[in-house]
Design a protein around this ligand. Structure first.
Ligand code: WT7
Length: 649
């Protein structure tokens, strides 16, 4: 990154119609920080409450008494806000545009139709015995029934846990047992990039691995594949829905009742169940969606994420629907049938806001400008990115080639834990610096500190903390509140620790520099190095493994694994392939190591701690910068590691 990044003013055509201005942002931001009670008390009114709240914020980040409550005596239902309240004015407006993997497949659903579909789905869940507070796991392809399933849970007060369809049976089973989920909603198969994904086969294996936790499966027919249905346990959705009513009154929920659990990787141990609740989350998802995307009534909005990630929760389903938006759901991938796909669909449906991940942009960039230039893209007025820092080169390409220099780019920094966007160049309020998350959203106060927690003023770089709560903050780690306290509130007492490093430049813009813990970001997906390591060591041939990230042209970071084999096992290509296969089976394809280096030893301190800093430097090809290696137990292992470093490709 050069020291003098380019600066782009807000494109004039955009600024003329923007909902916000620099002055308005400043005014609202200052109000949100000066009096959070008043600010959020007012913002809460964007929702319809069954029983209005009389308190706004009840938060303590003290480790001994950590609790986070917003609008705590209010009652509401998420689906009444996402669906019912729009029926009078937007009943015939398109809620979802579903775009199939096959370009000839597409389907529109109005708010009225959405209401009926969700009510029917909710009644099926009731018929199967699902009750308020029960955990329901959703393991689905990107079909409308995935959104219906989430909303049906919210309708009756069940807590959904969506597991990305790319996860393995083992990973799925772990998530089912962790939250004691007796019901799984899945499909016979998924379809992505012309290929079938055997979801029901995986679900069957997960059911076996769940030690009896899973009692009921609801199966959606997507491809009509010949699958095994277990008598008494498995039910086809279309059969179960035959005789149910399309009326299902929304369950009144307390603002702090759980809405969903979403598992995410941390720096240690197994994935944690990030828990979000009802009122604060929906205020936050809806408000950020409106302001981040400069939302207008006639927008056609497309977020290309998967509902298996938090982006899909907040910015395909809950935020857009709460705002009565037309939201696109896409089953396929950016490069199928060819690299024009995104832009062809934008033209076909008049998409005005397009939100995707840097890794998708980089993979399209590789295909050149022709597939983009073959399309019009005139309907697009705003572009967005999420998931990892965007490199300036990809930003420039997105801005100039895709957006014809007309469309601002909102680079949204946030996390599964934060529920929705925390930092972003809000459209129309600021100059754009390629690669900068830029400025805090309303109510968010970022602080940069050194390792000891001392605040660093001015232009500086440090660990990123947030100093006070916001309504969409996660409430706990499901079933393990202490882990929540330990992970986020213990290193820097009184603050929320993001796990990210960050730089603040001379103009006060924030730049996320990446994770400062043992978490890596592969194609915008968070991966705990410890998880990949434990998958590797569960293989019979492996004695020890250490996993680090390294720069990867498309994925942002690739997975580099150092593996020490057990005595007597000889390394070869077959074993290398076998280990990759093993990790895919344990976690899923997104965890596949890109490079595996067989190493007779790992650099350790005399007390036996693996020196990851050195492994990272070697993986990054920065041998000159290894630092002091004299404290190692066996300094000579480093020479062997350098000599046998694996290359990309
Ligand atoms: C981590 C969170 C946000 C939903 C998708 C990922 C990184 C995310 C950005 C961005 C720089 C980003 C951070 C963060 N990240 N967005 N715009 N610029 N870094 O959610 O899986 O919870 O991962 O992704 O490192 O901590 P997640």
């Amino acid at each position: 990154m050069s020291d003098q990044p380019k600066i782009y003013p807000v494109p004039e055509e955009f600024a003329a119609k923007a909902n916000l201005s620099p002055e308005k942002y400043k005014e609202m931001y200052e109000a949100s920080i000066a009096d959070p009670e008043a600010f959020w008390g007012e913002q809460g009114k964007r929702l319809d409450w069954i029983k209005p709240y009389t308190t706004v914020k009840d938060v303590s980040w003290e480790t001994g008494d950590l609790h986070i409550r917003w609008y705590a005596d209010g009652e509401l239902n998420v689906t009444a806000n996402c669906i019912d309240r729009h029926l009078a004015t937007r009943g015939d407006k398109t809620a979802f545009i579903w775009i199939g993997d096959d370009p000839d497949e597409c389907h529109k659903v109005s708010y009225k139709e959405l209401h009926a579909a969700v009510c029917r789905f909710a009644n099926v869940l009731k018929k199967l015995g699902v009750k308020k507070g029960d955990r329901v796991t959703i393991y689905m392809p990107m079909i409308l029934e995935a959104a219906y399933a989430m909303l049906a849970c919210a309708r009756i007060g069940a807590v959904h846990s969506v597991v990305f369809g790319g996860f393995s049976p083992e990973a799925l089973a772990g998530r089912i047992t962790d939250c004691d989920s007796g019901v799984l909603i899945t499909a016979d198969e998924g379809v992505r990039g012309g290929r079938k994904v055997p979801l029901k086969v995986n679900a069957d294996k997960a059911a076996d691995l769940s030690n009896g936790t899973l009692k009921t499966m609801l199966v959606v027919k997507r491809t009509g594949a010949d699958i095994n249905m277990v008598e008494g346990r498995d039910h086809w959705l279309h059969e179960a829905a035959e005789d149910v009513s399309s009326d299902c009154p929304p369950e009144p929920m307390n603002a702090e009742d759980p809405l969903f659990i979403l598992y995410t990787s941390g720096s240690t141990g197994k994935p944690k169940g990030v828990m979000h609740t009802t009122g604060g989350y929906l205020v936050w998802a809806s408000m950020t969606h409106e302001y981040v995307f400069d939302l207008k009534e006639d927008d056609v909005y497309w977020c290309s994420a998967d509902v298996g990630w938090v982006t899909g929760h907040s910015y395909i389903v809950y935020g857009p629907l709460a705002n009565g938006t037309t939201t696109v759901m896409f089953e396929g991938i950016p490069t199928y049938p060819d690299a024009s796909r995104f832009w062809q669909e934008c033209d076909k449906h008049g998409v005005s806001i397009f939100y995707t991940a840097p890794t998708a942009i980089r993979s399209l960039m590789r295909e050149g400008e022709d597939p983009v230039n073959a399309t019009s893209r005139k309907s697009i007025r705003l572009l967005g990115t999420v998931g990892e820092p965007i490199n300036p080169e990809a930003w420039e390409w997105y801005f100039h080639v895709v957006g014809d220099a007309r469309c601002p780019i909102v680079d949204t920094w946030w996390q599964t834990e934060t529920g929705a966007t925390m930092m972003v160049p809000l459209p129309g309020t600021t100059d754009l610096k390629p690669g900068a998350a830029s400025h805090p959203f309303f109510g968010i106060k970022p602080v940069l500190v050194d390792a000891d927690g001392t605040e660093l003023p001015g232009a500086t770089e440090g660990n990123l903390l947030i100093t006070d709560s916001w309504p969409g903050q996660m409430r706990t780690v499901y079933g393990d509140h202490q882990r929540f306290v330990d992970t986020y509130f213990t290193a820097y007492p009184g603050n929320y620790f993001t796990g990210d490093g960050c730089r603040r430049d001379e103009d006060g813009f924030y730049w996320i520099t990446g994770r400062v813990d043992d978490v890596i970001n592969v194609s915008g997906h968070r991966m705990g190095t410890a998880e990949v390591e434990s998958a590797l060591v569960s293989h019979d041939a492996v004695a020890e493994a250490a996993v680090v990230g390294y720069p990867h042209d498309i994925k942002g970071q690739g997975i580099y694994a150092y593996v020490t084999l057990v005595q007597g096992v000889e390394p070869d290509e077959a074993l290398r392939k076998n280990l990759v296969q093993h990790v895919r089976a344990e976690i899923g394809p997104i965890a596949s190591p890109d490079l595996i280096q067989f190493s007779p030893g790992l650099p350790k301190t005399r007390s036996g701690k693996i020196m990851r800093r050195i492994l990272r430097k070697i993986a990054e090809n920065e041998f000159a910068n290894l630092g002091d290696t004299s404290t190692l137990a066996e300094p000579e292992v480093v020479d062997d590691l350098i000599e046998n470093r694996q290359n990309k490709g």
